[in-house]
Design a protein around this ligand. Structure first.
Ligand SMILES: Cc1cc2nc3c(=O)[nH]c(=O)nc-3n(C[C@H](O)[C@H](O)[C@H](O)COP(=O)(O)OP(=O)(O)OC[C@H]3O[C@@H](n4cnc5c(N)ncnc54)[C@H](O)[C@@H]3O)c2cc1C
Length: 387
């Protein structure tokens, strides 16, 4: 269908099929149960690692697949079309912690962490948000004080995707607490591992959607992080996090497209099966128009996303393009799942069909890795950036 607009290469088609078959065989049969019980299936991590899905952007010298961003996003869309929860685990892992270590880590850090991350032996997480620091992430208060050969971290991180299963958590903390160093300046990024003394997992959130992706609080109580685990420069961590979120937003856009596509596929099939007034409801123009709008927005989202991905791989600045792709795709996910529930009528409102879960899963794409309001702020700021 509209996917053909992308003119996928042979290699991309192979990876797409691999991802589709994996998701249909290993995830689809269990989705309803995992969603109901908010169950995270830990064996998925190793299975996805074995297939290369957790090292897609990691070069082959570190055991990754080393594919380009567009190929990674094709695979991510396929996983998301079946399960948005598995997709966010894959997106966060590939787009944030592995990319951060790859871009800003030392050779020693790359050798120590990237290989097991690519193989699915260590799952990655990203801990920026705090109870009082969400959209205004630069107001974070978790502190890091240098003490001999360790940084001592104290504070609480919230909303950490995969935080209770992660082996590597890229964590932002304030390294410089002088008053004139408030805000984005004076924040470091630390490679935190759960074996560090003082690390603990707190509340697990009971969520509307993405229920088989765990979201937890993490608490650091005089947690001693070896200096070797500081990423790059001690005052640059917020910059690293913001630059990495540009990649993260591409991943969330792909996840959103997958959710929207699943809603379109389910609604298209149902509209052919459901009869009212003596004919399938797809014969009614009101239903056709909904399907047409869903398909058009999905195609537009995918085109925007892949244009941004190619620009990124050409080394261009994609700050605005990644926000545009994330904004448009996430609002498309919400639009398409809403339309799908409407096309299903009452049957869309119950768990017998997948669109109920898709509708719940879609909402968070407008919230995390920067809300839609924050994406619009970024896009507008970039309009004036060259002035
Ligand atoms: C399921 C889930 C998983 C998550 N995973 C992670 C993770 O792995 N790591 C991580 O660090 N964080 C994670 N987050 C946190 C997420 O990034 C934040 O929830 C998000 O950035 C918004 O912050 P907030 O929830 O504190 O909302 P707030 O910042 O309090 O915003 C509340 C409302 O005010 C609006 N608003 C705020 N500022 C402005 C402004 N200047 N102009 C206009 N409107 C504004 C917002 O858009 C929103 O509508 C996750 C969140 C969820 C729900």
């Amino acid at each position: 269908m509209a996917n053909d607009l992308l003119h996928l290469t042979e290699e991309q088609r192979e990876i797409q099929s691999l991802a589709r078959d994996f998701a249909r065989q290993e995830i689809a049969p269990f989705i309803a149960e995992w969603d109901e019980n908010a169950h995270f299936e830990p064996t998925l991590v190793k299975k996805m690692g074995d297939l290369g899905f957790l090292g897609m952007l990691i070069p082959e010298e570190y055991d990754g697949l080393g594919v380009d961003t567009a190929t990674y996003l094709v695979a991510l869309e396929e996983i998301a079309t079946v399960d948005a929860s598995a997709a966010v685990m894959m997106s966060v892992h590939n787009s944030l912690p592995t990319e951060m270590i790859l871009r800003f880590g030392s050779d020693e850090q790359k050798n120590r962490f990237l290989r097991p991350m690519a193989r699915g032996e260590l799952l990655g997480a990203f801990a920026l948000s705090e109870p009082e620091a969400g959209s205004d992430a630069a107001s974070l208060v978790t502190q890091a004080k240098l003490d001999g050969d360790c940084w001592v971290l104290n504070g609480t991180k919230s909303w950490v995707t995969s935080g209770n299963h992660a082996g590597v958590i890229l964590t932002m903390a304030r390294t410089d607490t002088r008053e004139n160093r408030a805000g984005a300046r004076g924040i470091g990024t630390f490679i935190v591992t759960p074996d560090l003394p003082g690390f603990s997992v707190g509340k697990k959130e009971d969520k509307l959607g993405l229920r088989s992706s765990p979201t937890v609080q993490l608490t650091f109580d005089n947690m001693r992080v070896p200096v070797a685990n500081l990423l790059g420069e001690p005052a640059m961590g917020f910059i690293y996090a913001m630059q990495s979120l540009e990649n993260g937003r591409l991943g969330i856009a792909a996840q959103s497209i997958g959710i929207a596509r699943a809603a379109l596929e389910a609604a298209t099939a149902y509209a052919g099966e459901r009869n009212q007034f003596g004919s399938p409801i797809r014969d009614f123009q009101a239903i056709q128009f909904k399907l047409a709008d869903m398909a058009t927005r999905i195609a537009a989202s995918r085109t925007l996303l892949h244009a941004a991905a190619h620009a990124k791989d050409r080394g261009e600045n994609v700050k605005q393009a990644s926000s545009m792709a994330k904004l448009f795709a996430s609002e498309t996910a919400m639009f398409a799942t809403n339309q799908a529930v409407q096309i299903f009528g009452g049957y869309g409102y119950v768990k017998d069909y997948p669109v109920e879960r898709l509708f719940r899963d879609a909402k968070v794409t407008e919230i995390y890795e920067g809300t839609s309001e924050i994406q619009r702020i970024v896009i507008a700021q970039e309009l004036y950036a060259s002035d």
